[in-house]
Each structure stands twice: as C-alpha cells, then as structure tokens.
Design a protein around this ligand. Sequence first.
Ligand code: AR6
Ligand code: MG
Length: 306
Amino acid sequence: MLAMKLSSDYFSACLLGLASGDALGAPYEGGFLEQALWRAIGRTRAGERRWTDDTRMSLDLAESLLARGELDLADLASRFAKGYAWSRGYGQGTAKILKRIKRGQDWQLASRSVFSQGSYGNGAAMRAPVIALFYARDFSAMLHATSESARITHSHPLGIEGAVLVALACYALLHQLSTADALTLLTSHCADPRLAGKLDFLQCFSNSGKLADTPRFIVGKLGNGMTAETSCLTAIYIALRFRHSPFEEMMAFAIDCGGDVDTIAAMAGAMWGAANGEKRLPPFLLEKRSYIRHIGQLLFDINEPA
Ligand code: AR6
Ligand code: MG
C-alpha cells in the first residue's frame, strides 16, 4: 500500500518499545500481592528489568514467522505453549489454553475450551505489532495474518478486532502517517460499534488538538482494562498523543491511567517506537535487549528485496 523507505532502526524500536512499555509498566499492574511479587522477581540477576507475557508472546510470534517464512498456526501454537511460564503473568484464559496445548491437545480444540466464543482479552492485540513489522510491505497480508494469528488464544471478534486496530496503528506510525490519516485508516477497518465509538472520540481529539485531558478523563472514555475493548483504543490514544514527546512522558501518562498498565504501555510503546526509532528510546537495563533488537533487524531484513 505504501512504498516509502523503511529503516531497520524503527523495526527494532517497535519491538524494544513494546518490551520497554511492558517492563516499565509491570511493577504497577495488579493488586498489593501482585506488586509485591513483581518487586521480588521483576529483575534478572544482572539487574535488568524483566518483561511479561506481552513480550514473550511477541517474541514467540516473531520467531515463528521468521522460522517458517509465513504464518503457520500449528508452529505458532506450539511456540506459545513452550514459551508459557506462570511467572510472566499470562491472562487466566490464555494460561489455561497454553497448558492444554502443552499437554498435547490440538490448538483448535484448546482455543475454545475456556470461552466458547473465544477470548475478548487484549492478549492478541499486545503481540499484533510483530505482524505489522513482518508484513510491513504487504497491507492485505498484514490484515489477514493479524486476524488469523489471534485465533489460537483470542477467537472472539472483539479480541480479533482489537488486534487488527493495534497492528494498523503500528503500520501507520511505521510509515509515518499523520495522526489524522492514521485515524482515517483505523476507522475504515473498524466494524464493531463499541470500538468505533471510541475511535470517534480519538477523531475529536485529533481534530481539536486538545492535549490537556487527564488520565482519569481518558480512562473514563476509553478504559484501562484487560479486554481489547477497554485497552486497545487507550493505547492508540496514548501513542498518538505522545508520538512527538519523550518516551518517559508517555510512560508516566500510561502509569497514571492505571489498570492493565503493562499491556497498555506495551502496545503504546510499540507504536511510539515505530514512529520514533531506537535513538529516542530510554537505554535502561532490559532483559534480552540485544536479542530483541536483533529480532527487529531480522523483521526488517525480510521486507528488503535482496
Ligand atoms: N467471556 C467472559 N470473560 C472473558 C472473555 C469471554 N469470552 N474473554 C475474556 N474474558 P484472557 P489475555 C475476561 O484470559 O487477553 C495478562 O496480564 C476474563 O476475565 O484471554 O491473554 C496480559 O498481559 C479473562 O480472564 O487474557 C494482559 O494484560 C480476561 O478477560 C491481560 O492479562 C482476560 O482474557 C489479558 O491477557
Ligand atoms: Mg499484561
């Protein structure tokens, strides 16, 4: 769809932004017990900040796409299952599905075993930035692969549509679309009236250029939950509002929004990284930073004709 020049720096930054938002947001997620647990296990021995299921599943997805050269759901399901570890804080439904696949159940059966219509959590959306990178030069393949890749854990229409909107937002920012053009693109691919209503709110924000809304007001309008409906548009709003501001300012706003902070910040961080490139990202000690950068580079290479 867009033929402009892309740069590997922005691919790595998208993944590093995702992992950074995840790792910096994780200490603020959950109640007293979860936060106490994260204080105990939230750093590696080397003092690097650990990330959660958002980054683990994004790396699983990237590794599968790179190894197979296309979306292969059986391979992906098996990598998701192998990557599962309770300490990464997976959503409850996703954890159950992945444990079943690990025990040998077919992923198509496992995916409907918890919620008959599939999950509408934000777990497919949080890994969708990877699809935007892998298919950065093939718009329709990106749309199709995003919906398909959601199916293993999130086959509910809302779980899928949230993932599509997040992939589209990353794609738009990677291609340096203006905020108005990005929102037009999202609106043209949004069917669910609940998500469309929130997109209308973002359009108003974009038209008015009003930047002063408080986290409390935004959470009231867009949500801060762990469902796709209550988090994807929040993350997109945050990324668009702070796309020209320092990462730390965006992160402070996401933390003030509360709720599912790590995943909202992971999605916003991926979009911010795709827009800004690696040099503007904070260089703190992050688990597997150089590996994540390398995977970003490989996702770029696959888009470059030899
Ligand atoms: N019916 C009823 N409740 C549902 C349904 C449904 N069809 N779908 C989701 N829920 P889940 P995730 C509720 O478990 O999306 C982690 O921290 C239900 O309460 O699929 O992979 C991640 O990093 C379910 O437990 O998880 C994310 O931040 C919850 O939504 C977050 O959790 C989440 O759906 C969600 O991850
Ligand atoms: Mg999370």
